[in-house]
Design a protein. Structure first.
Length: 224
């Protein structure tokens, strides 16, 4: 599943959607230079020594239909799995569990993909986040620009590309919120991606991660 998540993040996000240009935070992180477990713009940080979420809470971070915008429907079932230490190779040190869910937006060809990686501590989550951020920065044609920061660190990615006569647009955010690394990818249809939708989805899942890490039942929903 680790390989699956990495493939979805880097291949599905980049290749299927053609995501080749990053629109991020103009080179800044959500709280540039913050130490693991330190304060963040959205108050998501937790003590770096605190135990991570584990499979059960990682699954809870994934938004159900009641947490999505009205009319959005799930595409298939949410997928979650625990990550055994012996299955961990490069880039997944301290990874405990991971999961993803996909939603279709009514009236458009857009879909939203929410991916969650739960780590044993903020320290290992930082390493996981940096691994994925470095992969994005090194991708051909990738550049950084500004988008609203989320959690403790964040980057946002966008594509505005035309394949033949048909336009296709997409945007994604990579976020670290305490011991959790999140990715929200939105788009793929013929309509231009609305940034407030991306921001609303990112805010909801970041808050759900914060709630889970503070022993609360995740209840945050899209409010845009």
């Amino acid at each position: 599943m680790t390989a699956l998540i990495l493939a979805v993040v880097l291949v599905f996000g980049f290749a299927v959607y053609g995501l080749v240009r990053v629109v991020g935070d103009d080179g800044r992180s959500g709280s540039a230079g913050a130490a693991p477990g330190g304060p963040s713009a959205t108050g998501t940080a937790v003590d770096g020594a605190r135990t991570g979420l584990g499979l059960r809470s990682a699954e809870a971070v994934l938004p159900g239909p009641e947490s999505m915008p009205p009319g959005w429907t799930p595409v298939g079932e949410a997928e979650t799995t625990a990550v055994a230490p012996e299955r961990c190779h490069s880039g997944c040190w301290g990874l405990l569990s991971e999961g993803q869910v996909v939603y279709a937006e009514p009236g458009t060809g857009h879909r939203a993909f929410v991916q969650v990686e739960a780590y044993e501590s903020a320290v290992t989550a930082v390493a996981g986040y940096q691994k994925r951020a470095d992969q994005a920065r090194s991708a051909d044609g990738v550049g950084l620009t500004y988008l609203e920061p989320f959690g403790d660190e964040s980057l946002a990615f966008a594509r505005d590309d035309h394949e033949g006569a048909e336009p296709a647009y997409s945007m994604a955010t990579l976020i670290r919120a305490g011991t959790v690394v999140l990715r929200v990818t939105y788009g793929g249809g013929d309509d231009r991606v609305e940034t407030p939708v991306v921001a609303g989805l990112a805010h909801a899942v970041t808050e759900r991660a914060r709630q889970a890490q503070h022993g609360e039942e995740p209840s945050a929903a899209f409010t845009g």
